[in-house]
Design a protein around this ligand. Structure first.
Ligand SMILES: Nc1nc2c(ncn2[C@@H]2O[C@H](COP(=O)(O)OP(=O)(O)OP(=O)(O)O)[C@@H](O)[C@H]2O)c(=O)[nH]1
Ligand SMILES: [Mg+2]
Length: 488
């Protein structure tokens, strides 16, 4: 009779060793799963100089893979665009004077004269809900953007070289700032407007303050669609000789402001001339779009369309993270603020990046940085790309280069010779293809490694073309990731 020895281990459910072992197994299993998930997760980092179009690329990804924008975003942009539209037209008026461009609206006999006066007296912030526009982030950005008083501060902040500048000038400005109210309404643009009002103020008596109290009282009652301002006292003087010393209050509506902006935009030749020289100062890239559509933005409770949001601009501060599921892959897209003061935060997001998407604003070869108006934007991007591409952080990280704002570039090269800013450029004026190849070559020549750089020409505000570009790019990144993880 055969005999076989068999041992049967009877598991004791109460054995503490066994219980421990089971817990460990579960932990090990979940760690393995997490590892696998991390391997499949794709981290895409959007980098580039300020205003190059990084967040616009992210918006296109949201449109494609996240069902579009939320109602809150639509409301936010309608507030921001309205404020930017008003300020942008004021900037054109003020800059025209600085550049010596005669304006039709400065001629008191012109029908545009009164419209200009209305616009210059309007305070954009009185017409918007700053909370909906983005709260303190919005206000900070607004003050920095529209106050010339902050120009020096911006520059010092961006270079950290206070000593290299006229310290006396800084000190003077600091004094000016500390003497002035911290109300964000108290911007230089409004100061220009105050200058305009000086003569008017000379005509009125000491009731000025009372008048302004009334303005704010009325504002509270009227909501954001209407604002009360002092009526042009010279105008009052002409109309009513008896009441020259008493300022009266007149009601200004969003509709009237929109009308003023539209008329100035379409009828004042000086405004158009000044706009054509917008590379000599800082103006919102989408200002023309705001002016063309100003009546739409003036409608009460207007909610932005997808196109408006793509054209609108909210500067990114810090780094935002957005997750998408594209096919079977999970994408984490990191969008970083591109202005100089934002870049010191970048390093925190450099680890574990699958691919870097560098966005270059091609059209900005003739523009200066917002942070430092002595530095050409294209030069800044070249320097930035060189540093990132060849940094130890991205030794094995593929780079995708978006030659963005190609729509503006195509138009600009017809009038603005590239050679004026890049003397070794040999192409002829208006040859957009030669211009693109020239800049592409400069960027590719910076590569001191063997890794490939994938180049795409983009117009980030155009959903049709971006759909194809982004689909090709995400496919490419997925393939790269699979290769890297040894799956293919
Ligand atoms: N016409 C045109 N405008 C563009 C294009 N790409 C971006 N813009 C506009 O350029 C402005 C700036 O774009 P953003 O995406 O905010 O730039 P950003 O790189 O995120 O800027 P920061 O957040 O400051 O780093 C917005 O008004 C966009 O609508 C483009 O290809 N063509
Ligand atoms: Mg951004």
């Amino acid at each position: 009779m055969g005999c076989s020895a068999s041992t049967q281990i009877i598991e004791d459910e109460n054995d503490p060793f066994l219980q421990n072992q089971r817990v460990n197994d579960v932990i090990e299993q979940s760690l393995q799963m997490e590892k696998q998930r991390d391997k499949n997760e794709i981290k895409l980092l959007l980098l580039g100089a300020g205003e190059s179009g990084k967040s616009t690329v992210l918006k296109q990804l949201k449109l494609l893979h996240q069902g579009g924008f939320t109602n809150q975003e639509r409301l936010q942009y309608s507030q921001v665009i309205w404020a930017d539209a008003i300020q942008s037209m004021k900037i054109l008026i003020i800059q025209a004077r600085k550049l010596g461009i005669p304006l039709n609206c400065d001629d008191s006999k012109s029908e545009l004269f009164q419209l200009k006066r209305i616009l210059m007296r309007v305070k954009a912030l009185d017409f918007i809900d700053a909370g909906t526009a983005g709260g303190s982030d919005f206000l900070n950005d607004y003050v920095l953007k529209y106050s010339e008083r902050y120009e020096m501060k911006r520059r010092v902040q961006s270079t950290g070289q206070a000593k290299a500048f006229d310290e006396e000038g800084i000190e003077q400005r600091r004094k000016q700032m500390s003497n002035s109210s911290s109300n964000p309404n108290d911007l230089d643009i409004e100061e220009e407007e105050e200058e305009e009002l000086t003569e008017d103020n000379a005509n009125v008596d000491g009731n000025n303050n009372l008048d302004f109290q009334e303005i704010s009282k009325n504002l509270n009652e009227s909501g954001n669609d209407t604002m009360f301002i002092k009526k042009d006292s010279k105008h009052v003087q002409q109309q009513n000789q008896k009441s020259t010393r008493v300022p009266s209050v007149t009601r200004i509506t969003k509709k009237q402001i929109a009308h003023a902006i539209k008329e100035l935009w379409t009828k004042d030749k000086g405004i158009k001339q000044c706009f054509a020289r917008a590379n000599e100062f800082q103006l919102e890239g989408s200002a023309a779009y705001y002016f063309d559509n100003i009546e739409k933005f003036a409608q009460s409770n207007y909610v932005c369309s997808d196109e408006d949001i793509l054209k609108g601009r909210i500067k990114t501060t810090g780094i935002t993270e957005t997750e998408f599921h594209i096919g079977s892959s999970k994408f984490k897209v990191l969008d970083a603020g591109g202005q100089r003061s934002e870049r010191k935060k970048w390093i925190h997001s450099f680890q574990g990046i699958t691919a870097v998407l560098f966005v270059l604003a091609m059209s900005e070869y003739d523009q200066m940085l917002f942070e430092d108006e002595r530095v050409n934007r294209m030069h800044e991007s070249i320097m930035l790309f060189d540093t990132l591409l060849n940094s130890k952080w991205f030794r094995d990280t593929p780079f995708i280069l978006f030659l963005n704002k190609i729509d503006i570039f195509d138009e600009k090269v017809k009038k603005m010779p590239i050679r004026k800013y890049f003397p070794d450029y040999q192409g002829r004026v208006g040859d957009s293809e030669a211009g693109i190849k020239y800049f592409e070559k400069i960027f590719l020549s910076l590569n001191r490694s063997n890794k490939p750089i994938y180049v795409k020409r983009t117009c980030a505000t155009d959903p049709q073309t971006m759909k194809f570009v982004l689909s090709a790019v995400t496919d490419l990144i997925i393939q790269q990731n699979l290769k890297k993880s040894g799956i293919i």
